[in-house]
Design a protein around this ligand. Structure first.
Ligand SMILES: *[C@@H]1O[C@H](CO)[C@@H](O)[C@H](O)[C@H]1NC(C)=O
Ligand SMILES: *[C@@H]1O[C@H](CO)[C@@H](O)[C@H](O)[C@H]1NC(C)=O
Ligand SMILES: *[C@@H]1O[C@H](CO)[C@@H](O)[C@H](O)[C@H]1NC(C)=O
Ligand SMILES: [Zn+2]
Length: 481
C-alpha cells in the first residue's frame, strides 16, 4: 500500500519531464476519412484562437493575471490561510471572468506545520548549515539534537554499514543526480531507511541538477512500523562538502533543531468553473487543470501557478470569443497536490459512481509552462489516432509534438491509470528542477509569450476535443484502491 501510494505521490508528478522510456508509437492510424476531414475543418477556429491569444486582445493577460495573483497570495501550502484565501479569490475571479457553474468541492487534506528549522556543523568546522524540512517531517526535541554523522551516496552503501556505525547518528544522503525520477527516492525514503539502521535524523542533498545554495523541499513518506525521525534537505554545496570530509575520515558532528509537526487533517477545496457545452451539459466533460496549492517556499508561480493559469484562462478566453463547444469544458484547480494528490483523489472518489458518463478527456499542466512543444498523450490506440490528428492543427502555436509518457500528469494520473484518455503540456522544461520546490519558484521563471502559447494550446485542444462529433475512446478498468 505504502509503495503504491508512494509511487503515485512521487513519480507521476514529473513523468513529463523525466520519462526516458517513452513509448514509441507507429503511424498506423486508421481514422475514417470523414473523421479526418472533420478534424481538419477545425483549422480556421484554431487559427483564430491562436491569433486572439498570441497577438490579439488576450496577449500578455495570462502572465499579468498570474503575476497579480502570486504577488497578492504568495505561497499556498495546504492547510494555510493563504491557500484558502486564494481559493475564495479564485471562485470570485472565475465568476467575474464569465466561467459558469463556479463552485468549490471539498477535500480532506494534510495540515503540516513547518516550525523553526535550524542546523549547524559543530565539527570538523563550525558553521551554519541551512536546512529545509521535508513535507510531513516530525520535529526534533525542543532543545534540538546533536549527533555524529554518517554520509552515504546510496541506500546500498547505508545497508552495507554495520548497524552499530549508524545507531544514534545523523545520516546524510548525497546521491548523484541522475534524473528527478531516479534520485527523488532518497528524499521520499531517506528517513525510513536511516531510521531502520537506528539513525536519529536524516539530511538529504536537495533534489536538483543545479544549485546556487538553494534548498529544495518536497514530500517524504514514513512507514508505520519504523520510528519517525526528523528529515530535511541541505544544499548541494554543503552535501558534497560533507561527503568529501567524511571520505577523509573526519569526525563530523551536526546539531539540528526542527519544530515541525503534523496538525492533523483539515478541509480544503478544488476550485471549479465551466464553459457549459451547447449539447452535453454534464456528460462527456473535458477537464483542463492544474493545482492551486504550492510549497511554502517561493510563490508557486511555476509549480503550479503557470499550469493552473493556462488551464482556466483557456476556458475564460473561449467564452469571451463566444466559442462554446458541444461538450462542457471544466477548469479544475486541484488542491493538496503537493501532499499526495489529495484534492484529485477526493474528486475522483466523489465522482466515481458516474465517472464513465461524466468524463471524456483530462488535460493537465504540472511540469512547467516553459516554451510549449506539443502535448503528452495517454490513452488507447484508437484515442491516440484521433489525438494525433488534432495535434496537427497546432502549427500556428508551433506546438505539434506528440509524446506518450507512462501515466499522464500527477493529478490526472488517478484516471489515466484506469484507462481514461488525457494529455498534458509538453514544454521545454529542462530547467524545471532548478527552481522546483525552492524559494526560486517565482514569476522570474515565467515568460509572458510562453504562457500565452500554453494557454492558446490548451484552449485550442480543449475546444476541438469538446466539439468533435465523437467522444475520445476509453478503456476504463476499475483498479481497486
Ligand atoms: C579512512 O579509514 C579507513 C578505515 O580505517 C581507511 O581504510 C581509509 O584508508 C581511510 N581514508 C583516508 C582518506 O584516510
Ligand atoms: C447530469 O444532471 C442530471 C440532472 O441534474 C442528473 O440527473 C445526472 O445524474 C447528471 N449526470 C452526471 C453524469 O453527472
Ligand atoms: C518551433 O518549435 C521547434 C521545436 O520545438 C523549434 O525548433 C523551432 O525553433 C520553433 N519555431 C519557432 C518559429 O518558434
Ligand atoms: Zn506541481
Amino acid at each position: 500500500m505504502i509503495i503504491k501510494i508512494l509511487f503515485l505521490i512521487i513519480f507521476p508528478a514529473y513523468a513529463n519531464v523525466i520519462s526516458k522510456d517513452r513509448v514509441e508509437t507507429q503511424s498506423d492510424c486508421a481514422l475514417t476519412e470523414s473523421l479526418k476531414e472533420e478534424i481538419q475543418k477545425y483549422q480556421p477556429v484554431v487559427d483564430r484562437i491562436a491569433h486572439e491569444i498570441l497577438n490579439g486582445k488576450f496577449k500578455g493577460e495570462t502572465y499579468n493575471s498570474l503575476l497579480d495573483f502570486t504577488d497578492k497570495f504568495g505561497a499556498r501550502m495546504v492547510g494555510s490561510t493563504n491557500l484558502e484565501n486564494a481559493i475564495d479569490f479564485m471562485l470570485e475571479e472565475f465568476k467575474k471572468q464569465g466561467l459558469e457553474n463556479v463552485h468549490g468541492e471539498k477535500a480532506e487534506v494534510t495540515h503540516w506545520i513547518r516550525g523553526v528549522e535550524r542546523a549547524s556543523v559543530l565539527s570538523p568546522y563550525e558553521g551554519n548549515l541551512p536546512i529545509l524540512g521535508l513535507g510531513t517531517s516530525v520535529g526534533t526535541p525542543k532543545k534540538g539534537l546533536k549527533a555524529g554523522v554518517v554520509v552515504v551516496e546510496s541506500f546500498d552503501e547505508l545497508k552495507a554499514l554495520p548497524d552499530s556505525e549508524v545507531d544514534g547518528k545523523i545520516v546524510v544522503f548525497v546521491p548523484k543526480w541522475e534524473s528527478y525520477g531516479k534520485t527523488v527516492i532518497y528524499r521520499a525514503r531517506g528517513a525510513v531507511e536511516a531510521a531502520k539502521k537506528g539513525a536519529v535524523a536524516s539530511l538529504i542533498r536537495s533534489i536538483t541538477p543545479f544549485s546556487i545554495g538553494s534548498l529544495h523541499t518536497g514530500m517524504q513518506v514514513y512507514d508505520d512500523d519504523v520510528p519517525k525521525i526528523p528529515t530535511a534537505s541541505i544544499t548541494v554545496e554543503d552535501a558534497s562538502r560533507l561527503l568529501r570530509l567524511y571520505r577523509k575520515n573526519e569526525t563530523i558532528t551536526i546539531k539540528i533543531r526542527m519544530d515541525d509537526y503534523d496538525a492533523g487533517k483539515t478541509t480544503s477545496r478544488n476550485t471549479i468553473g465551466e464553459l457549459v457545452g451547447s449539447v452535453y451539459k454534464n456528460t462527456s466533460v473535458v477537464v483542463v487543470s492544474g493545482h492551486l496549492d504550492s510549497w511554502d517556499v517561493g510563490v508557486g508561480a511555476m509549480d503550479d501557478g503557470g499550469g493552473s493559469w493556462i488551464s482556466w484562462k483557456a476556458v475564460q478566453y473561449l467564452k469571451a470569443m463566444d466559442l462554446r463547444p458541444k461538450r462542457t469544458i471544466r477548469a479544475i484547480l486541484w488542491t493538496g497536490e503537493e501532499f499526495g494528490l489529495l484534492g484529485a483523489k477526493a474528486y475522483e472518489t466523489a465522482h466515481k459512481s458516474h465517472e464513465q458518463e461524466e468524463f471524456n478527456f483530462f488535460i493537465e499542466s504540472d511540469a512547467g509552462t516553459f516554451e510549449p512543444r506539443g502535448l503528452d498523450f495517454t490513452g488507447n490506440k484508437e484515442a491516440e489516432c484521433i489525438f494525433k490528428e488534432v495535434l496537427k492543427l497546432m502549427t500556428p502555436i508551433n506546438a505539434t509534438e506528440f509524446d506518450s509518457p507512462a501515466d499522464g500528469g500527477p493529478d490526472v494520473s488517478w484516471w489515466m491509470k484506469r484507462g481514461f484518455p488525457g494529455a498534458s503540456l509538453l514544454n521545454k522544461g529542462e530547467k524545471y528542477f532548478w527552481y522546483h520546490h525552492s524559494a526560486g519558484d517565482s514569476m522570474l521563471v515565467e515568460d509572458t509569450v510562453d504562457l500565452d502559447r500554453g494557454t492558446a494550446l490548451f484552449a485550442a485542444a480543449a475546444y476541438v476535443i469538446a466539439d468533435l462529433s465523437v467522444d475520445i475512446p476509453k478503456t476504463v478498468t476499475n483498479l481497486g484502491n
